[in-house]
Design a protein around this ligand. Structure first.
Ligand code: NAG
Ligand code: NAG
Ligand code: NAG
Ligand code: NAG
Length: 235
């Protein structure tokens, strides 16, 4: 009779925590040996997103308490400047910021990116800073010309003729996001007005003027037009 043998088996379980075994690579931030309160490694790797400021803002956009930072240089923008005074890093608007519109161009989500180079105790480190802007509707729309003259040397102007086919009529709004305009004409029997199209690169909105009936010569018609901003809410 064969006896069954039970061999005792031992499991030796060896678990290695790989993350502990390997020396953690020091981040650039740690390596530079400085501290900027409120900033993490991710901010140095991915860029720091500040809270939005209005496009007509003036003053300090951010301050950070620092330790072992000896100098700061800013590059890539003339809208902001940075100083380091008694361990406080301060970023603020320059005079040029008041021209951010129309310089920055039309953008539904405007932001300004720049770089801060920090001199730290053990080395230098740079930070990409992203400053989002919110548009304040602080510019009135204006027409390309003050007076538009449509002169026809003919016996009559037919009904349903588009004056604006002969000479385009447009208005601008230089606010960064509020680029849609609507037009109105004073009450009259001769012409109707419609908003045609907006060119978002030039922020120019074109309109059409259409005759409502036959107009016999001689005739001189003067009408006032106005352009209004229609704010487009993006939700
Ligand atoms: C930035 O601020 C520093 C300190 O106030 C000043 O010396 C420097 O001229 C400023 N730079 C610009 C471009 O305004
Ligand atoms: C850090 O930056 C300063 C100023 O730009 C420069 O003089 C210095 O040599 C830099 N140090 C290192 C370690 O790169
Ligand atoms: C206006 O446009 C029409 C069609 O393009 C043209 O026939 C006519 O001569 C133009 N009139 C004037 C005054 O420019
Ligand atoms: C049209 O505009 C002119 C100039 O602003 C003004 O003097 C005139 O009263 C206006 N006419 C009407 C009918 O609103």
């Amino acid at each position: 009779m064969r006896q069954r043998m039970f061999l005792p088996i031992y499991f030796l379980i060896l678990l290695f925590d790989l993350s502990k075994g390997v020396d953690e690579k020091p981040s650039l931030y740690n390596y530079a040996g400085c501290v900027i309160s409120g900033m993490q490694d991710a901010d140095f790797n991915m860029g720091y997103d500040n809270t939005p400021i209005k496009d007509d803002f003036k003053g300090t956009i951010a301050t950070f308490q620092t330790k072992d930072v000896y100098g700061v240089e800013i590059s890539g923008t003339n809208y902001f400047n940075a100083t380091l005074e008694s361990d406080t890093l301060r970023i603020f608007t320059t005079d040029e910021y008041k021209n951010v519109e129309p310089e920055i161009g039309y953008d539904p989500f405007p932001e300004i990116k720049f770089q801060l180079d920090l001199q730290c105790i053990k080395g230098n480190i740079s930070l990409r800073f992203v400053q989002p802007l919110t548009d304040v509707n602080n510019h009135d729309p204006y027409f390309e010309k003050e007076i538009y003259e449509y002169i026809y040397v003919q016996n009559s102007l037919p009904s349903n003729h588009q004056l604006t086919d002969n000479q385009s009529l447009s208005a601008f709004d230089i606010d960064m996001t509020n680029n849609r305009l609507s037009f109105s004409i004073e009450e009259n029997d001769y012409f109707s007005i419609d908003t045609a199209s907006t060119d978002s690169t030039t922020r120019q909105t074109f309109t059409t003027l259409t005759s409502l009936k036959d107009i016999e010569a001689p005739s001189t018609i003067k009408l006032n037009l106005s352009a209004t901003v229609s704010i487009c809410l993006i939700l």
